[in-house]
Write a protein that binds this ligand. Structure first.
Ligand SMILES: Nc1nc2c(c(=O)[nH]1)N[C@H]1C(S)=C(S)[C@@H](COP(=O)(O)OP(=O)(O)OC[C@H]3O[C@@H](n4cnc5c(=O)[nH]c(N)nc54)[C@H](O)[C@@H]3O)O[C@H]1N2
Ligand SMILES: Nc1nc2c(c(=O)[nH]1)N[C@H]1C(S)=C(S)[C@@H](COP(=O)(O)OP(=O)(O)OC[C@H]3O[C@@H](n4cnc5c(=O)[nH]c(N)nc54)[C@H](O)[C@@H]3O)O[C@H]1N2
Ligand code: SF4
Ligand SMILES: [Mo]
Length: 730
């Protein structure tokens, strides 16, 4: 019998409302839910491939343990938990809590109970070594926001703006920053009909750049130069918002001095863009009524992510582009607690230098979290505090971390590596235990993770108080022995005699002056729904009400507007942070136009039909390519005597990889545009045309890294490109 149910797609963070056709307890078809009030029937190829993902022949239906000779054998989940608990107990006893680290990867995100249980377990063992993918993604965002201070009401809503600027992001493909990810193409279409002027800065003519009113296609890595020049022009021409600055901002005159060397002519020459276009971008942005500038992974990975994000916030502030009292609030929340948005600054905070200190490169905890790019060294470097056990929840370090050769050495040297993964990924393959989890349609879900992205960047989260709950729809395949990711941590705690507590960020206990802490019953295991009840306590719309609307619902916004500044508020946004202005000064002193032994720049990008290292084993998603092509401008290919399909050796200062080139006129000359998380460990390189190649190997975590987040160059990587003369196995 065929049944139809609504659900939430959790293949990516966009959490689209979908319809799932279920036959004999199996998902057979997925498509976008036309009755969903914010996604309006949108789905992408990945979401429509959920049935294939759930029934994938290589999906792990049992947990695995590695044998002495390096093979993996099935093991009952309960037995795996016993053994892991024993081994962790021993390691903790011998080496203390700091020897155990947790890595929260991509798939810790869509399962709302996963990260809270995992971090609660870490707290119970007394380890602060919690790492996430945020510090190898856009660490500049939270760091810049800390240094500059946040506008309490957030940025303008994309749907209300008349000018919008996107620097190195491609939201119509990535469903990420800049345009609300609930059907971004629709938001963009409506905005253009309304007359929105879009400014895009990207070395590639991306899908979103094609819709731009002004597209600057600069040399990669020159975003700080360009943004400083926009500030220079705006101040020189007195297009800044003097009234807003006087009331809400400190540091304007210092900023003016700092951007003085960055004339539009200098920046245009350096970044290789037409100076008139750069000035037009500055004028359009400054003269806008409601506008916002935001960046994506490209500039965050290109070497000066904190500074780029900081200059963007500064540009918003200098132009007074923050919502004022009486204007609509950009997201009156549903799963999140009621929020009073005010037309005022939240005070700047330190961006780093607190919390856990790492033993390498002087790194510390930061506003973006502990530096993941330093975790391999924390594992490899001997001595007090060395990390000896790693739990990898829904991540794939071997594919995704920068500096793959070092990562490989680190993964191999661990005493215990446990991965929670649905397949034998490159990291699972070197793990001592692989815990096989249930997949999205087999467990309940909430739109909460996507909603909470509002705090992370502009144009993220939902622009309206939307929420959806989805019950589990299908059982795991017959004969499978699977657990939910959160259960792993709960059961580990049970076996180790630990009590877990959940800190409810949604609620605030005024007596304790901190979030309410709920002790979990460690005898009888809660259900996922019971955990959701706890985790959504204090939400603006009660979960029980949200559950009544299977297609998701836009709830009443309660007339949410930005409230006036509190009478006692004295906070100011800081546009002259000393670290950031010193970095800008260093940019101005960089040598430019010198002879370069690595003449090309590898730049990052996303491909529509895969998600980091997920999806490329699903045949219908990779009909065109099973690998990640090295897209290059046709002129460059011609000059190198290469043609689409040729194999090249791509060499950085750190390492070499192979790539298959493909002509793409949308790529700026001098660049290779290539997606990440393909390929595998070096011993599989010959399978290039089947598995692609790992761009992470080209990065060095010890050279050209950010001193606060530790992120190395993962875009704008200097490389050489030569025809590969060797033989490939197939
Ligand atoms: N060179 C370069 N490197 C990059 C980037 C780049 O642009 N360039 N991007 C960076 C960014 S932004 C990020 S966020 C990181 C991502 O870094 P990671 O999160 O470490 O990498 P993913 O490839 O997303 O790993 C996800 C893993 O989860 C598994 N998985 C899939 N579904 C489930 C599930 O339902 N449950 C569980 N438990 N596991 C599941 C997948 O099989 C896969 O092995 O990569 C970073 N690395
Ligand atoms: N289909 C799909 N969607 C995804 C993912 C995926 O793998 N596939 N990954 C997800 C993840 S983990 C994340 S974090 C988000 C990321 O979302 P986005 O940040 O939007 O990621 P990209 O689409 O790679 O866009 C980055 C852009 O930066 C440009 N760029 C590179 N270097 C520079 C530079 O120096 N300066 C400037 N101005 N631009 C530069 C690139 O050309 C590219 O267009 O996407 C998410 N969505
Ligand atoms: S955009 Fe993301 S959430 Fe939406 S259907 Fe595609 S994979 Fe699923
Ligand atoms: Mo990411």
């Amino acid at each position: 019998m065929l049944e139809r149910h609504t659900s939430i797609c959790r293949f990516c963070h966009a959490h689209c409302g979908i319809v799932v056709e279920v036959e004999d307890g199996r998902a057979v078809k997925v498509f976008g839910d036309k009755d969903n009030p914010v996604y309006h029937g949108f789905s992408c190829a990945k979401g429509r491939a959920l049935p294939e993902q759930h029934r994938h022949p290589e999906r792990l239906l049992h947990s695995l343990a590695r044998t002495a000779d390096g093979r993996h054998e099935p093991i009952a989940s309960a037995r795996a938990l016993d053994e892991v608990a024993d081994k962790l107990g021993e390691i903790l006893e011998r080496h203390g809590p700091r020897s155990v680290a947790l890595y929260l990867g991509t798939y810790s995100f869509p399962y709302a109970a996963s990260a809270p249980l995992a971090t609660s377990w870490m707290k119970a063992i007394g380890s602060r070594m919690v790492f996430t993918s945020a510090t190898i993604d856009q660490p500049g965002k939270p760091i810049a926001s800390a240094l500059h201070g946040r506008w309490s009401a957030g940025g303008y809503r994309f749907d209300d703006a008349d000018v919008w600027m996107i620097v190195g992001a491609n939201p119509v493909v990535a469903m990420s920053n800049g345009i609300p990810n609930s059907n971004p193409a629709r938001h963009l279409h409506k905005a253009r009909q309304r007359g929105l002027k879009l400014i895009v800065i990207d070395p590639r003519v991306t899908e979103v750049a094609r819709a731009a009113h002004i597209h600057l296609q600069p040399r990669p890595g020159e975003d700080p130069t360009l943004l400083a020049a926009m500030l220079h022009w705006i101040m020189r021409e007195s297009r800044h918002d003097a009234e807003f600055l006087a009331e809400n901002v400190v540091g304007f005159e210092e900023l003016r001095r700092a951007v003085a060397p960055f004339t539009p002519e200098y920046a245009a020459r350096r970044a290789d863009v037409p100076v008139e276009k750069l000035i037009e971008a500055a004028r359009t942005f400054a003269e806008a009524g409601r506008a916002c500038g935001t960046a994506g992974t490209g500039p965050n990975m290109a070497g000066r992510g904190n500074l780029t994000e900081y200059l963007l916030l500064t540009l918003n502030s200098v132009c007074g582009h923050w919502p004022r009292a009486g204007e609509p609030f950009s997201n009156p929340f549903a799963f999140l607690p009621p929020y009073t948005a005010r037309a005022q600054a939240d005070a700047p905070q330190p961006g780093w230098g607190f919390g856990e200190k790492l033993r390498v490169r002087g790194l510390t905890d930061s506003a973006a979290g502990l530096p993941t790019a330093a975790l391999a060294d924390e594992i490899l470097q001997e001595g007090e505090g060395q990390v000896r056990a790693l739990i990898n929840l829904g991540g794939n370090p071997m594919a995704a971390w920068p500096d793959q050769l070092k990562t490989q050495e680190a993964m191999r040297s661990l005493e215990l590596l446990v991965s929670l993964d649905i397949k034998l990924s490159a990291t699972a393959r070197v793990s001592d235990y692989v815990i096989a989890p249930k997949l999205s349609l087999e467990v309940p879900g909430l739109s909460l993770p996507n909603e909470s992205l509002w705090f992370y960047g502009f144009g993220l989260g939902y622009p309206v108080p939307y929420a959806q709950y989805a019950p589990a729809l299908v059982d795991p395949p017959e004969g499978a022995d699977l657990i939910e990711d959160w259960e792993f941590f709960y059961e580990l705690a049970q076996r180790m005699g630990l009590a877990l507590e959940l800190r409810l960020t949604n609620t605030w206990d005024p007596q304790a002056g901190r979030p309410e802490v709920v002790k979990l019953d460690m005898v009888s295991k809660p259900t996922t729904d019971e955990l959701f009840d706890v985790l959504t306590r204090g939400s603006r719309i009660p979960l029980a009400e949200i559950k009544r609307h299977p297609h998701g619902k836009v709830f009443d916004d309660g007339g949410a507007v930005v409230e006036p500044k509190a009478s006692d508020c004295e906070h100011r946004l800081d546009v002259a942070n000393a670290f950031m202005l010193a970095e800008l000064d260093a940019v101005g002193r960089e040598p430019v136009g010198e002879e370069d032994p690595f003449p090309f720049r590898m730049i990052s990008r996303r491909l529509p039909d895969v998600y980091n290292s997920s999806g490329r084993d699903i045949p219908k998603l990779v009909r065109r390519h099973r690998y990640n092509p090295a897209f290059m401008n046709p002129g460059d290919l011609q000059q190198l005597g290469l043609a689409t399909g040729d194999v090249v050796k791509i060499t950085s200062e750190r390492a070499s990889i192979l790539g298959v080139v493909e002509a793409a006129s949308d790529v700026r000359p001098g660049c290779l545009s290539m997606s990440h998380s393909f390929g595998d460990a070096p011993e599989y390189d010959a399978a290039l045309r089947k598995i692609g190649s790992n761009t992470g190997r080209l990065s060095s975590v010890e050279r050209d890294y950010d001193p606060y987040s530790g992120i190395p160059r993962m875009s704008n990587i200097p490389v050489q490109v030569r025809r590969f003369e060797g033989q490939l196995a197939n």
